[in-house]
Design a protein around this ligand. Sequence first.
Ligand SMILES: Cc1ncc(COP(=O)(O)O)c(C=O)c1O
Length: 475
Amino acid sequence: MQPDEFRRHAHEMVDWIADYLEHADRYPVCSRSKPGDLLATLPASAPEDGEPMAAIWADFERDVMPGITHWNHPRFFAYFPANNSGPSILGEMLSAGLGVNGMLWQTSPAATELEQRMMSWLGQLVGLPDGFHGVIHDTASTATFCALVCARERATGFAANREGLGTATGGRALRVYASREAHSSVLKGARLAGFGAEHVVPVGIDAERRLDPADLERLIAADLAAGHLPCAVVATVGTTGCTAIDPLAAIGPIARRHGLWLHVDAALAGTAAILPEMRWILDGIGHADSLVFNPHKWMLVNFDCSAFYVRDPDHLQQAMAIHPEYLRTTRDAEVVNYMDWGVQLGRRFRALKLWFVLRNYGARELRAIIGSHLEAARAFAGWIDEAPGWERLAPVPLNTVCFRWLPAGVTGTDALNGRNLDLMARVNQDGVIYLTHTKLDDVVTLRLAVGQRATTLEHVRQAWEALQDTARAIA
Ligand SMILES: Cc1ncc(COP(=O)(O)O)c(C=O)c1O
């Protein structure tokens, strides 16, 4: 592709993206593709000769677009958000244009230093106390995995890295504690870090589904009595099911007393702490050894961008770093080489999009947007509370409302579960909104998570109308 062709296609594509963002609401939110739809259109092998962009673009619009679920649609209420924004897309584009690999300071000093400063800005914005050091990872899952590796290495004096887990613990099992509402990435991270799924200990929860510190204490005591090695506790600030907020201030002293690594998973919720009135969600964060939250979920930064903070970067580096000759530079003693702060060697220049977003919006506007999402979620919760035939199933400390439909004459958990799954399938199929479910205990629970850049109270009202209309149609 010659420079002038590139320029032309890029301009066209930016126009297309701008139109898309402006009119994302003309698409059904969730793709209606059936399994294999796109595969059936794609040739089995790559072309031998290059094809014109016009042909590729036509195929994109005809074949690929129908298979897109529109995460940045203003009526996307599923899972947790993964939102984006103009400045973020521009930062992403520039990062692709530069094609930088920020594995070492020397491989692009600006990539490392911008990342250092962005992590510091972000830490201040969410009110982290001094002493935390940040790095951008791809996802919260990776960050939690790294935290568990750090915990393992601290518990074994780095012997697990050296000798392998078999001998490092003298045959004793390292134990990880997390509430049974914790995200599946904790179990995955513990499995991959060699703890073994059986050694992830589910901690009891209270009526609001927050980790119960008394149960944690009890489980640690039982494990010590059984000859196990308590190693780490993962607290969740904003659980995926219903955004419960584990009490860090109570968990921290327990972790400290028993020498446990305290990792805080605030994947979604961390962003809310940019609002002074929401800072309480991180009360007690000073006890933590590590924290992760995702600007790519709720801070208008394109996927992927996950902020991982540790108290002791030397410890993280000792757990992660390997220095073959070909990666050594003359500056290593003076600079940060982020390849030593995680799993990856090669690293994308993610700080650029974060910088664009934080500067172009500014903290005030970001707070206003997050605040409007919180308000819209509270309004939806109020409508559910007031409407006969609907039930709210959890408190709403953040942007997510858990609820279910109670159709007249239908009783029993199984029957209600079936009706609610049916309602969700129907309303999603209509394309006006997209929402997903979880189970709280045995109860199928619909979740409405507000968090897209362009979502307003009016969109949330449309969601409520769509749910009521569909319920009426089914009834
Ligand atoms: C609480 C929590 N932790 C971790 C994750 C995983 O996030 P990621 O996709 O960045 O790995 C999620 C995803 O929604 C989450 O809700």
